[in-house]
Design a protein around this ligand. Structure first.
Ligand SMILES: N[C@@H](CCC(=O)N[C@@H](CS)C(=O)NCC(=O)O)C(=O)O
Length: 234
């Protein structure tokens, strides 16, 4: 059976990695049988990141490349009825989540002192010598990544202001609809849930989490997807 390799649940959310949660949501929405393998070691992953899948001889990283592979192998029940324009829009919105919103979210957890004070709990189970230096190393790596992308060069209020602009745009797209493109979920909803559940279902103290908690449309959206596709985990 296809194996989904992903991080462990933490902080009240099924996966702290929006990309792992995206892929698990896609598999569940598309009804693809799979087994979850919990792992926090990214070194053995094909691209040094999670999620990845193992499907027989195929070992593959990157949630989007994996979804392309799954569409090829199992068909495309979620996106097949989208028009060419909607497919183009879905790609642009996906990029807003994965290439834009990602960076304020990373900042809020790894760099903002309030977020970091919580995140250190993730390393509590490391054996003692590692526990002293691994958290700082990982944080330094994320800081470098955010700085390289550019977001990390801004002031905290500017970073949060960008993040909030992205969230308002997403709120506008969703409107009063059940899913991003209407009554039925598409693969964009897997991405959206991966990110929004990470804000709605966690209690980090920053403007992005506060905005998520205060937006009834986001709260209802996450509850709808949790109820519809993750109810077996309760
Ligand atoms: N483009 C990748 C991004 C995956 C990704 O960034 N994963 C992060 C967790 S959210 C990771 O494994 N980070 C560990 C590292 O960079 O060492 C995807 O869509 O799967």
């Amino acid at each position: 059976m296809l194996k989904l390799v992903q991080f462990h649940p933490a902080f009240g959310v099924r996966n702290m990695s929006p990309f792992c949660l995206k892929l698990e949501t896609y598999l569940r929405m598309a009804g693809i049988e799979h087994e979850v393998v919990w792992n926090s070691n990214t070194r053995s992953a094909p691209k040094g990141k999670l999620p990845c899948i193992v499907d027989g001889d195929v070992v593959m990283g990157d949630s989007s490349l994996i979804i392309d592979y799954l569409k090829e192998k199992f068909g495309d029940p979620l996106d097949e009825s989208l028009s060419a324009t909607q497919k183009a829009q879905a790609l642009a919105w996906r990029s807003l989540f994965e290439d834009s919103l990602l960076f304020p979210v990373l900042y809020s957890r790894w760099i903002d002192p309030l977020g970091w004070s919580k995140m250190q709990a993730l390393f509590e189970r490391l054996p003692l010598p590692l526990r002293y230096f691994v958290p700082g190393l990982v944080r330094g790596g994320v800081r470098k990544q955010i700085h390289g992308q550019g977001m990390g060069r801004h002031r905290p209020d500017e970073i949060y202001s960008f993040g909030l602009q992205y969230m308002v745009a997403i709120e506008t797209l969703l409107g009063a609809k059940a899913f991003m493109f209407g009554d039925a979920p598409t693969s964009l909803d897997a991405t959206a849930y991966g990110f929004l559940a990470n804000l709605v279902d966690t209690d980090f103290d920053n403007p992005l989490n506060r905005k998520a908690h205060a937006t009834p449309g986001f709260v209802a959206y996450c509850a709808r997807i949790k109820q519809g596709y993750f109810a077996d985990l309760k």
